[in-house]
Design a binder for this molecule. Structure first.
Ligand code: GLC
Length: 423
């Protein structure tokens, strides 16, 4: 496995075929958040062994924002260095022109096992540009031992979370753990903040930035109320440092026992309950809180797909690797070992999967009704929309602007970007 550094050209990967055989080396880019890289390597190795080919796993930056920039650079150059790409659920519209039609390589029967909404998300102009690999939704993690100690139930509104986080944080600090934080989440200026902030806003009924019909909805009072509440957390129930946290930084604090609540994706479950975790067996999971009594429990839809590059010299084999990695058995293995949510509905009824991840059953609705970011309607412009949005949210969280002014300015920028909502 090797890692790639942005800006550095990749060396040619293809090893010489084994003498007399048609073996090839297929390179696949994988994420490295949680157990991702290990699981990707194991799955790819199993395929290689089964088919007599070789694989090279290339690790990419954890930040989705940085990873996209890197992919765009490699793909724009028409490079054949990476055959199979792990792509985010929000990227099909942006990267579609660079990928082959997997519908021509994978049986319809296998495609039909997956959640139809994700298959549809990955289909651009009738081309299946990527196969679903795992899905994600934002969820709330809490410390069962601490809530019990303070006689609290898991919060159902953000205000309740704020109050409980404060009380437990102060109580624990009073008992000597001055590192205890009430709540950790992702507030660095990157794609992860788009997810967190969209959850707060939509849970207050403030919409999803851009509506399905293309209209820009972000400048509204509910959205402003959500962001203003979140801004009060910084330096109070959340450490100042959260302004620079992505998923793994939040998990690090929570898993070492220094946070009451954490917003994260399901993968943190497997690691939090591993033998070396300080909080093994003390973790509860629920849907994220509602904006208020009239609000809703919003978890943003995330997840990753596998796509084959048009510039690959081994597209056929690349598609075969994708077929293997996205299969029922491989998704089951990844779910049990790493808490990566399958995209195959039947696996949510599998006993071994549910035993390893009881919340896959309890929160099934959260996973299947997760709220999408506006990537479909904004198409190739989604990344710009998201970066305008997370920068605006970051301004509010870091106290540089109040939510109302920040959202007003954001609305005009999005208006210009879309030429009046015509994406
Ligand atoms: C997770 C999600 C992905 C999202 C990213 C943001 O990896 O699966 O969809 O874009 O987090 O940090």
């Amino acid at each position: 496995m090797r890692s790639i550094i942005p800006g550095v050209a990749l060396s040619v990967l293809c090893a010489a075929p084994l003498a007399g055989a048609q073996a090839a080396t297929i390179s696949i880019s994988c994420g490295a958040v949680g157990l991702e890289l290990e699981l990707c390597q194991e799955g790819a190795n199993a395929w290689a062994e089964q088919t007599g080919n070789q694989v090279e796993v290339i690790s990419t930056p954890n930040s989705a924002t940085e990873r996209l920039a890197l992919y765009q650079q490699i793909l724009a150059a028409g490079s054949s260095d990476i055959d199979v790409y792990q792509i985010d659920v929000i990227w099909p519209g942006t990267l579609a022109p660079h990928f082959i039609d997997l519908g021509e390589h994978i049986d319809q029967e296998q495609i039909d096992q997956h959640f139809p909404a994700i298959v549809e998300n990955n289909t651009v102009d009738d081309v299946l540009v990527a196969m679903p690999w795992f899905t994600d939704a934002g969820i709330l993690y809490y410390r069962t031992d601490l809530l019990e100690k303070y006689g609290k139930e898991p919060p159902t509104t953000w205000q309740e979370l704020t109050d409980i986080a404060k009380e437990v944080q102060e109580g624990e600090r009073g008992e000597g753990n001055d590192r205890m934080a009430g709540f950790v989440f992702q507030a660095k200026a990157y794609e992860g903040l788009t997810c967190d902030a969209l959850e707060w806003i939509d849970s207050f009924n403030g919409g999803t930035i851009v509506a399905d019909d293309g209209s820009i909805t972000i400048n509204n009072e509910d959205a402003a109320e959500a962001l203003d509440l979140a801004a009060t957390w910084i330096g109070d129930i959340a450490p100042e440092g959260v302004l620079n946290y992505a998923e793994e930084e939040a998990r690090g604090v929570f898993q070492s026992g220094n946070a009451v609540f954490m917003r994260n994706w399901p993968y943190a479950w497997a690691l939090g309950n591993a033998d070396d975790s300080a909080i093994k067996g003390k973790i509860g999971v629920s849907a994220l809180p509602k904006g208020g009594e009239d609000g809703k429990h919003t978890g943003v839809l995330g997840g990753w797909q596998l796509a084959v590059s048009k510039y690959s010299e081994n597209a056929e084999l690349g598609a075969d690797l994708v077929k293997y990695l996205t299969s029922f058995d491989e998704q089951k293995r990844r779910a049990i070992k790493g808490a990566y949510n399958p995209t195959i509905a039947a696996l949510y009824e599998d006993e071994e999967v549910l035993e390893a991840n009881p919340f896959f059953g309890d929160l099934y609705e959260t996973f299947t009704n997760a709220v999408a970011r506006p990537s479909k309607v904004t198409g190739a412009k989604y990344n710009q929309v998201s970066s305008e949005f997370y920068n605006a949210a970051h301004q509010v969280l870091s106290g540089k602007s109040d939510a109302a002014s920040s959202l007003e300015a954001l609305e005009s920028r999005l208006d210009r970007l879309s030429r009046g909502g015509r994406w």
